[in-house]
Write a new protein. Structure first.
Length: 273
């Protein structure tokens, strides 16, 4: 095969890949909440707190149509806030670490039948998300996972937090689409190198706000290890305390020649990958 034909073939392959990936749409509600629409029409929500002050759309929950799965990374209220309401409204199946899934039912009233062991597991486990045409792997995250006020009422003499399993991140492999990695709330950790070894990540949704998670400078090391084609910064700017921003991430990725991988999204924006 001569070089021209090789180049044409490479171009066609790249085009076909781009086309397949364009069928997967990602909507960012601000903070850590994303909606994934797969090529088969399936809908997956991750960490659905749709009322973040940066979300320009104030009726996002009411506007939701089909939702097949809700994935929760940990128990903090800024990640689980709208999960029960959406679960009841849409019949969405709950994917969560074992302890969190149980407590979502017993403490917060998530519908029992939509939260079974089929989709409750722990780090290292992979589940099929048949209704959405995808599969998901729970991966490590370095964080806490308690139910905290305002989701839990403090009672005198009792602890005001309730343990809710291990915090996790998710690698979501969309059939005929991209592989997505949502870090959850976490610092960078050296085992992120394993994620880059086991998966070819197309889009990484990386917490960069600092204070409760890695900041942009630490997230740059995470990006180097995971080696995604694109990184969407999340969990920043919701409140002034989450002061990390995409410009700092780009600057920290510059010496690694990876700054062009930052795919900055605005809250309320939808993009195809
Ligand atoms: Zn958080």
């Amino acid at each position: 095969m001569n070089i021209c034909r090789l180049l044409l073939l490479a171009g066609a392959l790249a085009g076909a890949t781009a086309l397949a990936h364009a069928q997967t749409k990602i909507h960012w509600y601000g903070h850590a909440a994303i909606k994934i629409e797969t090529p088969t029409g399936g809908v997956i929500l991750v960490d659905p707190w749709l009322g973040a002050p940066t979300n320009p759309e104030k009726d996002s929950v009411a506007k939701l149509g089909r939702v097949d799965y809700i994935l929760l990374t940990h128990g903090h209220w800024d990640h689980i806030k709208d999960a029960v309401e959406i679960g009841k409204k849409t019949g969405a199946i709950l994917v969560a670490p074992y302890g969190l899934q149980f407590n979502m039912k017993s403490v917060h009233g998530y519908p029992e039948k939509q939260a079974t062991l089929a989709t409750g597991g722990n780090v290292g486990g992979t589940f099929n998300l048949d209704k959405a045409g995808a599969k998901v792997t729970m991966v490590n995250a370095v964080h806490g996972s308690e139910f905290t006020p305002p989701m839990v009422k403090a009672e005198e003499g009792k602890p005001s937090t309730i343990s809710a399993g291990n915090p996790v991140g998710y690698v979501i492999q969309v059939d005929n689409g991209p592989t997505l990695y949502h870090t959850g709330d976490t610092d960078v950790f050296t085992d992120m190198q394993l994620i880059g070894r086991f998966f070819k990540v197309d889009v990484m949704f990386a917490a960069i706000g600092g204070h409760f998670t890695m900041d942009p400078e630490r997230a740059a090391q995470a990006v180097e290890w995971v080696n995604p084609k694109a990184v969407v910064p999340i969990h920043w700017g919701t409140y002034p305390i989450l002061s990390g921003n995409p410009a700092r991430l780009r600057a920290a990725l510059e010496p690694r020649r990876m700054s062009d991988r930052v795919a900055e999204m605005k809250p309320g924006e939808t993009r195809g990958f």
